[in-house]
Design a protein around this ligand. Structure first.
Ligand code: AMP
Length: 114
C-alpha cells in the first residue's frame, strides 16, 4: 500500500488543518504556507494524483470543485477577485500528489506567473 499523502491525512483527520469548507465530495482548508492574505487549498476527497489522472468519470467531481470554490469565494467576500491555480507535475512545482486547487486572494497577482 502506498503512503498516504498529507492531504489524505487531512481528509482522514490524522493531521490538523484549518478547514473552511467541507461537503461529501470535497474539502477546503488554509494553506500552511500562505502566498497571499487568503490562500486556500481545495481538494476532492477521492484520490486523484493530478490533472493528468482526471478521467471522464471525474467530470462531475471536477465541476463540483469549481462550484464549491465559487461558494467559498462568495462566503468569504472575495469580490476583489482571486486566482485559482493547479500545479501538475514536476515542472509546475507540484509537491503534494493529490489533485488540488489553490485559491489565492487579497492582493494583486502578476501575469504570467513565475
Ligand atoms: P503544490 O506545490 O501545488 O503541490 O502545493 C502544495 C501546497 O500544500 C503548498 O502550498 C503547501 O504550502 C501546502 N501544504 C503542505 N502541507 C500542508 C498542510 N499540512 N496543511 C496545509 N497546507 C499544506
Amino acid at each position: 500500500m502506498t503512503e498516504k499523502t498529507i492531504f489524505r491525512k487531512i481528509i482522514d483527520r490524522e493531521i490538523p488543518a484549518k478547514i473552511v469548507y467541507e461537503d461529501d465530495l470535497c474539502l477546503a482548508f488554509e494553506d500552511i504556507n500562505p502566498r497571499a492574505p487568503t490562500h486556500l487549498i481545495v481538494i476532492p476527497k477521492k484520490e486523484i494524483r493530478s490533472v493528468d489522472d482526471v478521467t471522464e468519470q471525474d467530470e462531475a467531481l471536477v465541476g463540483h470543485l469549481f462550484v464549491a470554490m465559487g461558494k467559498i469565494a462568495a462566503e468569504r467576500g472575495l469580490s476583489g477577485g482571486y486566482r485559482v491555480v493547479t500545479n501538475c507535475g514536476r515542472d509546475a512545482g507540484q509537491e503534494v500528489m493529490h489533485l488540488h486547487f489553490h485559491m489565492l486572494a487579497g492582493r494583486s497577482f502578476t501575469w504570467p506567473p513565475g
